[in-house]
Design a protein around this ligand. Structure first.
Ligand code: ADP
Length: 598
């Protein structure tokens, strides 16, 4: 906890450094943007100087059109140059900002790939979406405008003040006398800014997560007629956010308006002081007029500078939220590929807990030779899926070791492990691409013929034909027309195409109609031919031929052996078998009953 706080504080302090460290690929553009901004400000001074020269000539009674014309042209020309340079600066700063955004988003995804699945799943979808899209996007506007506008405003204000000093330091003082008062009022309204901003972000995060939760759960809300209660929670969060922001606004609007009124009053000091110095003979009329112009011009850059305070704070939060993800611990992996031999699996005294405390796997040791068929069976929650996930290194074990091909999975790169192992899970995620592309994910370089062959082997052909564009139907469009079993066959086709020597299969609990089951079994047989197959078994009749059935209960291996042996000596297995047979007979009976009643 203390660690987290410390790194959070460090993160906040170093936010600008972090942001700039992502600018590696656009250093040149950022420098160019800054340079163009400086040159734009410098060119912006020329019209002032031209006006000054024209005024001087007029007041000395020697102004002619011919004499004024070059100054007018210079003023107009440098105005255009100044605006063009400002445009160039903004263009370059936007390009830099989007490059930084791209780099941040890429690193974000890289990190999610390298962190353990547990670490990633520990974050809510709402939180990931908010950082990945909104927070990172929120950096763009301030970043793109800060470089040209902030640096330009600062330089312009400093340049104008220096010019006033050059004319008469007393005029500079008179001009800037209201600025400290305005800034003092501004600073007092910012007194509790940090604390208030932190509370604002907490409110904003809360309302975000309540909205996501409400929308994600809308099916349950409707099904259980919970509209009133759930809506109240949602409405309360929205109202509380509005109340907080309104309260904050009310507490600052006097200060902000005072500042906005005081800051532009540079003429309050400049006019009386200028007239006095003029009558004293210390100021020429043209100098007096120039001081008035400068005093009016300095207001805008100073007020613009203050408007960045809020935006800088929002960037600070965006960067520290993003860093929370960028600093997630990664699964350690070696650089070079490991020398594996074969496709055996070995677990040696493996212990594991999801939360670092509550152990769910206790001292499990298991050998699965290359090419064998091993089934993990046990009551729900006994640890079957966890063991399979540990083999695929979705998590790292806390005690003991998991080896694949004779090598500890922690001692081989994740890519290499992924080449060796296919995991066919129950919740088969289809990406928003065509069915062909979804299958091709198994081996991106596969030809269309190879994809079609894998689809055939996984018994996908007949339902794919039914779809409007066949195998080229987008999975999203087809989604509603696909049953759970068909979706699983697509992911089996994906695994067939991948052709990894080890297959981990979480047998489907649903879609057990006989026709579907038969097709799934046939496609699994094709997928598993010649492979090391580990099945998380839910229907024992599908694994009676396994080389080894491992019975697991409460995270421990209770027994292991062949079906017949276990029936004779393992009471838990015998009970599960009886229950399964009974359920099958009941299902068969009920379908017979349905048949005869028709
Ligand atoms: P099975 O596959 O045999 O049904 P699991 O391996 O899914 O069992 O679960 C084993 C134990 O680990 C259960 O007590 C379950 O509640 C717990 N568990 C499973 N997944 C997680 C997770 N992501 N986070 C925390 N605990 C989990």
């Amino acid at each position: 906890m203390a660690e987290n706080e410390k790194s959070g504080n460090d993160g906040q302090r170093a936010w600008l450094g972090t942001l700039l460290s992502y600018s590696g690929r656009c250093k040149g553009r950022m420098a160019g943007s800054l340079l163009a901004s400086i040159l734009s400000v410098a060119a912006g001074f020329v019209p002032f100087y031209a006006v000054y020269r024209i005024m001087t000539a007029a007041m000395e009674g020697r102004l002619t059109f011919e004499a004024a014309l070059p100054w007018l042209c210079l003023a107009a020309g440098s105005y255009v140059v100044s605006k063009v340079l400002f445009g160039v600066s903004t263009l370059l700063s936007h390009m830099s900002a989007y490059t930084i955004l791209e780099t941040l988003r890429r690193d974000f995804i890289d990190k999610l790939m390298r962190a353990s699945l547990g670490t990633v799943q520990g974050k809510s979808i709402g939180q990931i979406k908010s950082v990945f899209l909104d927070r990172i996007e929120g950096v763009e506007v301030p970043l793109a405008h800060m470089i040209p506008e902030l640096s330009g405003s600062m330089l312009l204000a400093l340049g104008l003040a220096a010019w006033l000093v050059a004319i008469d330091w007393r005029m500079a003082l008179a001009c800037l006398v209201s600025v400290p008062i305005g800034l003092a009022v501004f600073a007092s309204s910012l007194k509790e800014f940090n604390a208030r901003y932190a509370a604002y972000m907490a409110e904003s995060n809360h309302v975000n997560s309540v909205i996501v939760e409400y929308i994600e759960g809308i099916q349950v809300v409707k099904a259980f007629n919970q509209a009133t209660d759930s809506y109240r929670k949602y409405a309360d969060a929205v109202r509380s956010f509005k109340d907080y922001t309104m309260g904050w606004f009310r507490s600052t609007w006097v200060g902000m308006n005072l500042m906005a009124s005081i800051m532009p009053t540079t003429l309050l000091g400049v006019v009386p002081a200028g007239l006095w110095l003029y009558f004293e003979g210390a100021l020429a009329p043209s100098e007096l007029a120039m001081c008035v112009i400068l005093a009016l011009s300095i207001v805008d850059p100073i007020t613009r500078f203050t408007s960045f305070v809020n935006e800088m704070k929002s960037m600070e939060y965006a960067v520290s939220d993003t860093r929370e993800f960028l600093d997630l611990p990664e699964l350690a992996e070696p650089d070079g590929r490991a020398e594996t031999s074969g496709a055996s699996i070995a677990l040696d005294h493996v212990s594991f807990s999801y939360d670092g405390g509550n152990e769910v796997i206790h001292d499990v040791s298991l050998r699965m030779p290359q090419g064998s068929f091993c089934a993990l069976v046990g009551p729900s929650g006994s640890g079957k899926s966890t063991l399979a996930r540990l083999i695929a290194r979705h998590w790292d074990v806390q005690g003991g070791s998991v080896s694949v091909g004779g090598v500890d999975v922690r001692k081989m790169p994740l890519d290499q492990l992924s080449e060796l192992v296919s995991f066919v899970a129950q919740d088969n995620y289809l990406f928003d691409a065509t069915i062909r592309e979804n299958i091709r994910l198994g081996r991106p370089q596969a030809t269309d013929e190879e994809v079609a062959a894998a689809a055939r082997a996984a018994c996908c052909e007949e339902f794919v034909k039914r779809l409007p564009q066949g195998i080229d139907t987008p999975a999203g469009e087809a989604g509603g027309a696909l049953s759970g079993g068909e979706r699983q066959r697509i992911s089996i086709a994906r695994a067939i195409l991948k052709d990894a020597p080890i297959v981990l299969l979480d047998e489907a609990t649903a879609f057990t109609d006989p026709e579907n089951e038969d097709k799934i079994q046939r496609s699994i047989a094709r997928l598993a031919a010649g492979k090391t197959l580990v099945v998380i078994a839910h229907r024992l009749s599908t694994i009676t031929s396994a080389d080894c059935i491992v019975v697991i209960d409460q995270g421990r291996i209770v027994d292991q052996g062949k079906h017949r042996e276990l029936l004779g000596r393992c009471p838990l297995y015998a009970r599960m078998w009886q229950a399964h047979i009974g359920a099958k007979a009941w299902a068969a009976g009920s379908s017979d009953r349905e048949g005869s009643s028709r």
